[in-house]
Design a protein around this ligand. Structure first.
Ligand code: SF4
Length: 349
């Protein structure tokens, strides 16, 4: 009988999360880990709601008219926020995303510079379309956890159809090579659809050939544009096959490229709940949101200083009853085919 790989992976996730909780609890008991963070240690800057692509699965629906209008944080406002963070004592990690962050041009580097010279390290998430020899050199000076480029097919045909723009595969692949050639740690993110599921090994070879140290493989969740593009979602049998293949291929390619699978959404949420909150996302309209898949906001950086927002609501936000109720309903929402419908429906807590 075929093994249920989804259950196996969920059990591994749950075991890992439990282990992590226990480790944190024992470190807290020994006074080696804080009960709460007095300031965020990691923040994601969603720099814009604009995008030069219109991907069929975008959870943010970036590039749609309402998403562009929703962008209230100008580059100057982002720089002011970065200065405010440095003045407050700084953050450990900043995740740069969008929309497409490279649309900010040189302003992007100005924002990164403010945090970089304060000691912050980065994750950059981009579609790779605007990477070129010149801007890749500018990216070289920063410290990274990783630099992430999305490639959703081992051929141009598969990727371009999914991403909605001819030649987007060529640009992403060339950009990825430029990034790895200059020595920046490269991660390729790959969203699997029923069409691309048979080509996982080809995808691993592509990621390896462009110099990636890691390939993050995930299925598409029913949120944002994917709610209406249901042909992108895997059936239970296909999902099981995906997990089975990840299991086989991660062992086959161990030591050559690190194959990671995006974590089960319920598990990652339950981890947040059981640990001291460490950060959140600053949205293009200035809202401070808990997570991309959780529609709760705790303030707006255009109205209040980030320190005030954090101390008032951020530290214990994951334990708010509305958040806990939402997390408990995630699996049901997933089955119903709709985790997050309109990203504008954020709920203030
Ligand atoms: S490139 Fe990213 S932000 Fe832009 S539409 Fe695609 S998924 Fe959304």
């Amino acid at each position: 009988m075929e093994k249920d790989f989804i259950k196996i992976f969920e059990a591994i996730d749950t075991k890992k999360a439990k282990q992590e909780r226990e480790n944190i609890a024992s470190m807290q008991a020994a006074g080696l880990y804080p009960k709460y963070f007095s300031y965020p240690i990691t923040l994601q800057f969603e720099l814009t709601g604009s995008c030069n692509l219109k991907c069929k699965h975008c959870y943010n629906r970036s590039g749609d008219e309402d998403r562009i209008r929703y962008t209230k944080m100008t580059p100057e406002k982002w720089k002011q926020l970065a200065h405010q963070i440095v003045k407050d004592g700084g953050i450990f990690q900043c995740i740069i995303s969008g929309g497409e962050p490279l649309l900010l041009g040189d302003d992007l580097f100005d924002i990164m510079d403010i945090l970089h010279y304060d000691g912050t390290s980065f994750v950059v998430i981009t579609n790779g379309l605007l990477l070129n020899n010149e801007n890749v050199k500018k990216f070289a000076k920063y410290r990274y956890f990783w630099f992430q480029i999305s490639i959703d097919g081992h051929t141009a045909e598969l990727h371009d159809d999914f991403r909605g723009l001819k030649n987007s595969w060529n640009n992403a692949v060339n950009g990825a090579m430029e990034i790895s050639n200059i020595g920046i740690p490269l991660m390729i993110a790959h969203s699997v659809t029923p069409k691309t599921l048979p080509y996982l090994e080809e995808m691993i070879n592509l990621a390896y050939s462009v110099g990636a140290g890691g390939l993050m493989i995930g299925e598409i969740l029913p949120s944002g544009r994917a709610i209406t593009n249901t042909e992108l979602l895997l059936s239970p049998t296909q999902r099981n096959e995906l997990y089975k293949q990840i299991n086989i291929l991660s062992q086959k390619y161990a030591g050559k490229i690190n194959i990671e699978r995006s974590m089960n959404i319920s598990t990652s949420m339950s981890r947040y709940v059981s640990q001291p909150n460490g950060g959140g996302i600053i949205r293009p309209n200035g809202d401070f949101r808990l997570d991309c898949m959780v529609p709760f906001t705790i303030g707006n950086v255009l109205d209040d200083p980030i320190r005030y927002i954090w101390q008032k609501k951020g530290r214990n936000a994951w334990q708010h009853p509305k958040v806990l109720n939402f997390i408990q309903s995630i699996d049901k929402k997933k089955q119903q085919g709709n985790i997050l419908n309109h990203v504008n429906d954020d709920i203030k807590i």
